[in-house]
Ligand binder design. Structure first.
Ligand code: GLC
Length: 433
């Protein structure tokens, strides 16, 4: 592992030292200003985030030599990223110019972001999914340009499903049975590290996503509905959480209650899990040369529960410019280039990040290279959104209360019914009801 990390670092360094040659189809880049500027862009640190960020930075600098672009690498957890951003904004810091931010944060970040409608042309913006543009628009201001879309999938091992005669599970119960069957079989062969199902059980935003899928499919609950009603205190929601708690230590490692996306991917990619819940970025990485599961997995829609609803939490990230940036125009040029269809296309081809530019969904290269796009259609048709629009600036408190309560059930501190009764009171407090 260490060797692989080291090699990756060397590759990144070598790649970033090579001169950037304009590639086929590379658009003319609009620098928006002739002034000399340094622009710091924050990017995630999951999968190939940094490698791709550096590549776009190099391309941009080759076209706009007056602008130096530096990549700032963020923590892995969305919750930690938000905490860091809020500190930066509180201090009105100009350290970071371009912020990569989560689809659930426009309401929280709006007051600190410039209006991207002032920088991006109407023509360019017309290619982005209107629903995401609308999600990112607060009081008429575009807080960020949609950068990539996200929706989780059930990853499964095709070889093991064949070997054990197991169908792709359609319900959470079927998933538990299938995971147990395969786990028992693989353990009996001597692989003590093998697990049936890996997912994200740490107390952070990721658990709000996993938990939302359990309670939506079981009870049709989205924590808080579109009218602002709290919908957690009922038997079906409690059952969905209690059921997930039974997975811990049986079909999922005890440690899953501290897992984030990359922890699950590590177990999965080493060939030690039958099923995984994860976002599309794990698809390309799973097919990579250093992956033990390359060529032996596929993806499907996550299972359903008693409500007979399907769910894939709507995720995704935007690029916006901070009000405290000292070089807002140069920063806007960088945000526009990073989120351009050209950059989105190679991030999708090589990193399986889902585009937010509509034109790319009929791009022949992408359709050829990503056969799993066919499996994605049902996933993207069943997205469920977290209650970020209705709760606005309060969303993070709502989500934190939810994932803290869900986590307490997973680790066995309380049962689902008690946790949800208390959560309802907490949420009433937060929302002033
Ligand atoms: C992914 C999603 C994001 C979500 C996060 C949770 O990055 O795109 O929306 O909040 O996972 O871990």
């Amino acid at each position: 592992m260490k060797k692989a990390l080291f090699l990756m670092l060397v590759l990144v360094l070598v790649a970033s030292a090579l001169p950037v040659v304009a590639q086929d189809g590379m658009p003319a880049i609009d620098c928006l200003t002739d002034e000399t500027a340094t622009v710091v862009v924050s990017v995630g640190s999951v999968g190939k985030d940094i490698e791709f960020g550096q590549r776009a930075a190099d391309e941009f600098m080759a076209a706009c030599p007056n602008i130096t672009v530096q990549i700032y690498s963020l923590p892995e957890s969305a919750t930690d990223i938000l905490g860091y951003y809020l500190q930066q904004f509180e201090a009105q810091s100009s350290e970071i110019d371009v912020f990569q931010f989560d689809v659930i944060w426009p309401g929280i970040l709006a007051e600190h972001m410039l209006n991207m409608y002032d920088y991006i042309s109407e023509d360019a913006l017309a290619d982005y999914f209107p629903a995401i543009v609308e999600n990112n628009t607060v009081d008429g201001n575009l807080t960020g340009i949609p950068w990539f879309n996200d929706a989780p999938m059930l990853y499964y091992r095709t070889d093991l499903l064949d070997e054990y005669g197991v169908e792709v599970p359609q319900t959470w119960e079927e998933l538990a049975v299938a995971a147990q069957t395969i786990q028992d079989g693989e353990r009996a062969k001597g692989n003590a590290d093998f697990w049936g199902y890996v997912w994200q059980g740490n107390a952070y935003e990721g658990l709000t996503c996993d938990g939302l899928e359990w309670i939506y499919t079981e009870a049709g609950s989205t924590i808080v509905d579109r009218e602002g009603n709290i919908t957690v205190n009922n038997a079906a929601v409690a059952h969905a959480l209690d059921r997930a708690a039974t997975w811990v230590g049986t079909i999922s490692p005890e440690g899953v209650t501290s897992y984030q996306e990359e922890d699950s991917r590590a177990v999965w990619q080493a060939g030690n899990a039958a099923f995984m819940r994860n976002w599309p970025y794990a698809y390309s990485l799973g097919q990579g040369e250093d992956s033990a599961v390359a060529g032996i997995f596929n993806v499907a829609l996550l299972p359903t529960g008693a409500a007979d609803l399907r769910a894939a939490t709507q995720g995704g990230w935007q690029l916006g410019v901070s009000k405290y940036s000292q070089n807002p125009t140069a920063a806007a040029a960088v945000a526009i280039y990073f989120s351009s269809p050209y950059v989105q296309k190679y991030r999708s081809l090589e990193g399986s990040y889902l585009p937010t530019a509509m034109s790319l969904y009929s791009d022949a290269d992408l359709l050829d290279a990503n056969p799993y796009y066919a499996e994605l259609f049902p996933v993207l048709s069943n997205t469920v959104t977290r209650p970020s629009t209705v709760t606005g600036v309060l969303y993070n408190q709502v989500s934190t209360a939810f994932f803290t309560a869900a986590h307490s059930v997973l680790v066995g501190d309380q049962d689902g019914a008690t946790a949800m009764e208390l959560l309802e009171l907490d949420l009433q407090d937060i929302l002033g009801q």
